[in-house]
Design a protein around this ligand. Structure first.
Ligand SMILES: [Zn+2]
Length: 136
């Protein structure tokens, strides 16, 4: 089966369903991490927890109450804050972290993204127009 065919069959299956969102992704990865821990810990309660978390992830993906699931996912993303891009697309987040760093404006404390490896640079805050120097 070709990749496109698999994707179209999968989207057919998930039509009208919540599908794979960030909270489902987080739950799945958490279950995998706990499963690996349990390879050494070998605890029955941990196995039960892994199954419960996996069941929750599947429930999220198969749920037809999309509005309710979307709301839960948004609350989860808000809770996540700056870790959010790392969960959504770790590869893109890593590339971003290599190319840019974040500095706070000394005046209004807005988070600004500046390129890395350019030495000392002069930054102009887009919010309060304060100019300041920072290492990049
Ligand atoms: Zn500012």
């Amino acid at each position: 089966m070709k990749r496109d065919e698999i994707q179209s069959r999968l989207s057919e299956l998930l039509r009208g369903r919540n599908g794979y969102d960030e909270l489902a992704a987080f739950s799945s990865w958490l279950a995998v991490a706990l499963l690996l821990v349990n390879l050494f810990a070998r605890q029955a309660w941990l196995s039960a927890l892994v199954l419960a978390i996996l069941a929750y992830a599947l429930f999220r993906m198969a749920s037809a109450r999309v509005a309710a699931r979307r709301k839960e996912n948004e609350q989860f993303l808000e809770l996540l804050g700056p870790a959010r891009p790392w969960l959504r697309d770790p590869r893109a987040a890593l590339a971003e972290a290599r190319q840019y760093k974040h500095v706070l404006c000394p005046n209004c404390h807005k988070r600004l993204r500046v390129p890395r490896g350019k030495g000392k640079i002069r930054v102009s805050c887009p919010q309060c127009h304060q100019k300041f120097e920072t290492k990049s």
